[in-house]
Design a protein around this ligand. Structure first.
Ligand code: CP
Length: 305
């Protein structure tokens, strides 16, 4: 595996996370630089995406590089039965970096085993979404002025939500307190609760999205119930609308509270929240550009200072 690949947030240390945040801050000051002149980046998206693909591609474009790839695998030779291994080996002949989203957990790790070109995991099934985590950390840092000692409430699909899984792993360095709000069917998997236990991280599980939980939070991290992860559509129908944040529910929230969501949202944040100054999800998505510029430069060994 190329040591500059980013497959899991676990691949990078606390210091590297802080370096990436500092790099993102530099890119926010000036996102248009010719740092990737002569470089070609592939974006291979086997699953739908709006923000992740477009922000990665914008990141490359603003840094003077070029992008090839596909946003719909049905237009690639994988539709003819080409294996992921062969696809990755072929694309590696053409590019300096591969950004890949795939519906199978472990697909990005597998890709790193068949190529020497660095690979950035843009989401693999319900497993990991490390670039989302970097933009989430950047958003938390920007809005709270720190990463340490925050109360973070995660709401919705905690079972299949790769963004919450990656975020827990990254936050283990910063002494968080977590509230996990989910129905029985979508509870946080044991492996992430065990990770909290091993790292001395306090967490509480709730089925009620109560005022008490909201008002104790610094960050409210809402998530979508992901229809695409359910094999039984009736199970999805049962749980899809259980938690909706409405503006009135923020009336007694802490001054510093910010509402984050990796997006897309369906019903879990009412549109009446959008004009509340605590709503930060669209700014969060913009931060993705700077965080991904930092990640791309790390993967290619390019200094941005
Ligand atoms: N947050 C996120 O991954 O969004 P997209 O699915 O639109 O890329």
């Amino acid at each position: 595996m190329n040591s500059k690949s980013l497959v899991s947030i676990d691949d990078i240390s606390r210091d590297e996370i802080l370096q990436l945040l500092e790099s993102a801050r530099h890119f926010e000051e000036n996102p248009n630089r010719r740092l990737l002149e002569g470089k070609v980046v592939a974006t291979l998206f086997f699953e739908p995406s709006t923000r992740t693909r477009l922000s990665f591609e914008t990141a490359v474009n603003r840094l003077g590089g070029r992008v090839i790839g596909f946003s719909d695998a049905s237009t690639s030779s994988s539709a003819k039965g080409e294996t992921l291994k062969d696809t990755i080996k072929m694309v590696s002949n053409y590019v300096d970096l591969i950004v890949m989203r795939h519906y199978l957990e472990g697909a990005a790790r597998y890709a790193t085993e068949v190529t020497d070109v660095p690979v950035i995991n843009a989401g693999d099934g319900a497993n990991q979404h490390p670039s989302q985590t970097m933009l989430d950390l950047y958003s938390i840092y920007k809005t709270q002025g720190k990463l340490e000692n925050l109360t973070i409430t995660m709401v919705g699909d905690l079972k299949y939500g790769r963004t919450v899984h990656s975020l827990i792993q990254a936050m283990r360095y910063f002494n968080p307190t977590f509230n996990f709000v989910a129905c029985e069917e979508l509870r946080m998997p044991d492996e992430y609760k065990e990770l909290c236990d091993r790292n001395g991280i306090k967490y509480t599980e709730h089925t009620d999205f109560s005022a008490e939980v909201i008002n104790s939070s610094d960050i409210l991290y809402m998530t979508r119930v992901q229809r695409e992860r359910f094999t039984d559509i009736m199970e999805y129908e049962k749980v899809k609308n259980l938690y909706t944040l409405r503006n009135a529910m923020l009336a007694d929230a802490k001054e510093n509270l910010r509402v984050l969501h990796p997006l897309p949202r369906i019903t879990e944040i009412d549109q009446d929240v959008d004009d509340n100054p605590k709503a930060y999800y669209f700014d969060q998505a913009r931060n993705g550009l700077y965080a991904r510029q930092a990640i791309i430069c790390r993967a290619l060994g390019i200094e941005n200072a």
